[in-house]
Design a protein around this ligand. Sequence first.
Ligand code: ADP
Ligand code: MG
Length: 589
Amino acid sequence: MSPGRIAIALFIAYLLAAPFVLPEFYVTLMNYIGLATLVTLGLVLLTGVAGLMSFGQQVFVGFGAYATGVLTTVYGASPWLGLGAGLAFTAVAALALGLITVRLSGHYLPISTLAWGIAFYFAFGNLELVGRYDGIQGIPAISLFGWSIESGRGSYALIWAVTLAALLAAHNLLDSRSGRAIRALRFRAVMAESFGIDTARLKLVVFLYAALLASLSGWLYAHFLHFVSPGAFNVNIGIEYLFMAVVGGASQVWGAVIGASLLTLLKEWLKDILPRFFEQSGNYEVIVFGLLMLPLLHRARDGLMPVLARLGRRNGRAPARAPRAAPALARRAGPAAGEPLLGLAGVHKNFGGLAAVRALSFEMRAGEILGLIGPNGAGKSTVFNVVTGVLPADAGEVRFRGARIDALPARRIARLAIARTFQHVNLVGGMSVLENVAIGAHLRGAKGTASAMLRLDREEERRLLHEAARQVERVGLSAHLGEPSASLALGQQRMVEIARALAADPVLLLLDEPAAGLRFQEKRSLAALLRRLRAEGTSILLVEHDMDFVMGLVERLVVMDFGEKIAEGLPHEIQANPLVIEAYLGGIE
Ligand code: ADP
Ligand code: MG
């Protein structure tokens, strides 16, 4: 068993034993920890993994608590109806808030979450229906199979059953096709879109899931305390949840338990001693939390979870375990060799006053390797970005197999079986080589977030990972399968980029300077790989600096300089072309 699994088994054993050995007071504390873990877990996914910072999760806790509070006390409804109504209301509210805010970038998103946090706090406090600042009293206990959950220990069982289920679901989610996509959202959204991932939709899904977890926590809270008031949904509570996520390790599912436990215990302890110290009562613990955050952010920015994980795994290297064999994924029927494949006509792309690509036209046929060369800054990468939909063209047409694609977003172009690598390596650094490559096969799977949480995706997942492993092997990196991609040398990372593009089963492969940073031997095996791909029917548009590498490989060349095509032809024609020689010599000067 891995140290991680042992830790989880020990934790579950502790959870099972705790209500029998701990005094009632500590069982109650454990209940608070479970409730906080649920909210923090949502924040881990939202903030730590997907990179969307929220100070407003307490509002969704409030929705869950108030919905069931009102329904059960005013209308005498069952708590289960309260749960359904709370989740439904939260879902609608989260989708509405999410549609407005999730697309905001930078600091606008956290500010908007603060804004709704403040707005709903005052709304809870001023609405007659929800008891203004007095809140709602006398919320009944939940009954389950005729058994009324009155005691702290009864609540404990329910709270921790729900919390464990949520932790497991989140763990499963991150270890899946959708999970890999979610893990790419934070730093690699452009790459994700280029492999067909709808990042805006996925962000909304994560936002919704985090809100529902918070709402669930609110429902449990209301029936556990039999009471809700606006004070529990103040903005500083939202900040505390964020602290919990950061302390535990904002990108780690189990970090939610650690953060929630530490801060809940610390808060309890500080509540006891600080008023004595200040000689009057008040919420002084926030001061201490704030001060403790400073050294933490300096010394362990990723929270405590990675520190603990390092302790557990002393030799520090993930095992390179090949995934189990699985039936191969279906392959796509490509066009016949010689069919028109890609055509650019009069393409322009400006950056402000700079014309990066000017009136560029060229044709490419299926089955060929076309080289696109030119000095630095000639506009080659910009051509790639326009063809793959990463950047919109300002004018001109791009056709693929006869159809216009220049108005399509990157993820739609990916569906046409166009796959690319990036000049500046665009891997998810903390993710293993195998998982990075599996992102390339995203569109060859279909299972979504719900089936991932319930582990109904295992059959498909095995096939995706098997395909990814096959591509990793093809580029000669099988020995590094389980390593984080960031730990590889730059040349190897470029090969991972190629494997990821191949995992998409592309008809057209666009490679942006794949040989840069490779050693001589590696260049030779790359050239051999590209020849093999061509023999299998894959067409390749190759941007490359290394003339020797290109000349022996390509059928034809297009040469660019200052955004314009200055020559096109067979390799030996290009080598003798005075314009090309001058452009390259000029480039060296
Ligand atoms: P190449 O790949 O041939 O080296 P690029 O396509 O990367 O050239 O760049 C062409 C020109 O466009 C360069 O002058 C570069 O500085 C500029 N450029 C590229 N991308 C951007 C961008 N996103 N914003 C502004 N200028 C850019
Ligand atoms: Mg470039």
